[in-house]
Design a protein. Sequence first.
Length: 150
Amino acid sequence: MKCPFCSVENTRVIDSRPADDNASIRRRRQCDSCGKRFTTYETVETIPLIVIKKDQTREPYDRNKLMAGLVRSCHKRPVSMEKIQEFVEEIENILYNMGEKEIPSSKIGELVMDRLMDLDQVAYVRFASVYREFKDVNTFMNELKKLLNK
């Protein structure tokens, strides 16, 4: 492993331990040349997911897009970044366990909506307003009625 500080390739592992609920391994390393320490994570390589968008174009799944949408939805809400990261990991686990290489964006959106309602109802409405592309107040009110009837 190359040292991020001095770019020398002689580094050694000082400590290894499970991370992220045993989904990865955290390794603490030290550079033999400069003596600085750094952390690396080892995870299982998964099949790349392709998202089929509404206009039928395809693009690689981007965790950061999902994370950014959730952060915007949860803005000024009592939802920690840790909860949002756990939420994204849960959605990703479901997607990868489906065993499909291509997944419609609508499927991802529905998975998020189903679980976001339980996490925070205001964040749910915010996410729904963008995801379902509310055109007017009536569609917004219809979504709120669905929320209130559950």
